[in-house]
Ligand binder design. Structure first.
Ligand SMILES: Cc1cc2nc3c(=O)[nH]c(=O)nc-3n(C[C@H](O)[C@H](O)[C@H](O)COP(=O)(O)OP(=O)(O)OC[C@H]3O[C@@H](n4cnc5c(N)ncnc54)[C@H](O)[C@@H]3O)c2cc1C
Length: 301
């Protein structure tokens, strides 16, 4: 079961809920840097419509996405190997024909090297259509050029009514997501699922854990790194460890080529549709494609 989210409306809805419980929401306001004060609080420099200001805080939660400046300012290691940075492009496409109860994923080095192409329905005849690529494995074209080529082949009658481009970090959670008076959450801490590239729900869960930890730490009068490390442990128990396993599987799958995946699809298609459970596909695949054994082994090491 999966949910399709309207991000624009959803983000506004969340901001309204936060405002309703007393949060001051500022838009078009950028954090430009931060330093520690003598009393241990952070001095965060911000720029926005009201000019330059300095905010003082016992705890700063960096939820600043792939750019992740808060983590860097706090001295956390947020570097990403180039092979784990996907470039993504997505259009909102109208006048396309698809089953609104299905999602469509297509894999292949000619279509989306190192990633995959997707169609996620938004409504009747309208969908998010996009793809992610690893630039190191591409042929010189960028994600948008790959997407244009794929859409021209698969959905030639589609009309583009919106577009997004951006990076997705498919690297497991950074080793330390906290410091004295600081935590990082979501993409800023590499909390995306490294196999699927999905990060919305993960960012929300981490944000919730971070917010609760910060509130408790402030109440207790202890916002030290040692106190905030409970956030990291809670995240690793919730999803972080699972992401490490997914990352190992991704690394093993990266070594297999399109010919292998085509063979795997044919094996799955040979199983009668009503018997085609994940477990059965996996069992058949292991017997017919022994190259999968090291991939399966990575689930357990
Ligand atoms: C094209 C594309 C398609 C995707 N599709 C999916 C999908 O289908 N499903 C899914 O689960 N995930 C998807 N993802 C990934 C998903 O968008 C992210 O994992 C998710 O948004 C992470 O949330 P976040 O809050 O950590 O970061 P973001 O959503 O990136 O939010 C970070 C916010 O911080 C702000 N910010 C950054 N720096 C500063 C600063 N210095 N001062 C103030 N504000 C700052 C940014 O403007 C932004 O608003 C997709 C990503 C891309 C690029």
């Amino acid at each position: 079961m999966a949910w399709i989210l309207d991000r624009t409306r959803f983000d506004t809805f969340l901001a309204e809920r936060a405002r309703a419980v007393g949060v001051e929401v500022r838009v078009a306001t950028e954090a430009a840097g931060m330093e520690r004060d003598g009393d241990g609080r952070w001095r965060v420099r911000v720029r926005g419509p009201r000019g330059e200001e300095v905010w003082r805080a016992r705890v700063v939660i960096g939820a600043d996405g792939v750019e992740a400046m808060v983590g860097r300012w706090a001295g956390l290691d947020t570097r990403v190997p180039a092979r784990d940075m996907e470039s993504c492009a997505q259009y909102v496409l109208q006048n396309v024909d698809f089953d609104p109860d299905a999602i469509y994923l297509q894999f292949g080095d000619r279509i989306a090297p190192g990633g995959y192409a997707w169609l996620f329905p938004k409504g009747v005849g309208i969908a998010n259509v996009g793809l992610g690529i690893v630039a190191l494995r591409a042929d010189g074209r960028n994600a948008r050029e790959y997407l244009d080529a794929w859409i021209a082949r698969r959905y030639p009658g589609g009309t583009t009514v919106g577009s997004t481009v951006g990076g997705v970090i498919v690297n497991p959670t950074i080793k330390q997501t906290y410091g004295d008076g600081v935590m990082v959450a979501g993409d800023a801490a590499h909390m995306v699922n490294p196999l699927s590239g999905a990060g919305i729900v993960n960012a929300m869960k981490a944000g919730q854990l971070g917010g609760r930890t910060a509130a408790a730490a402030i109440r207790e009068g202890d916002t030290s790194a040692r106190r905030l490390s409970s956030y990291h442990r809670a995240w690793m128990d919730l999803l972080g460890e699972e992401h490490r396993t997914h990352y190992r599987i991704k690394q093993a799958l990266d070594e297999l080529d399109d010919g292998f995946f085509n063979g795997l699809a044919r094996t799955a298609n040979r199983i009668p549709e009503r018997k085609r459970s994940l477990g059965r596909i996996f069992a058949h695949a292991l017997v017919r494609h022994p190259q999968l054994i090291p991939v399966a082994a990575r689930c357990f090491v």
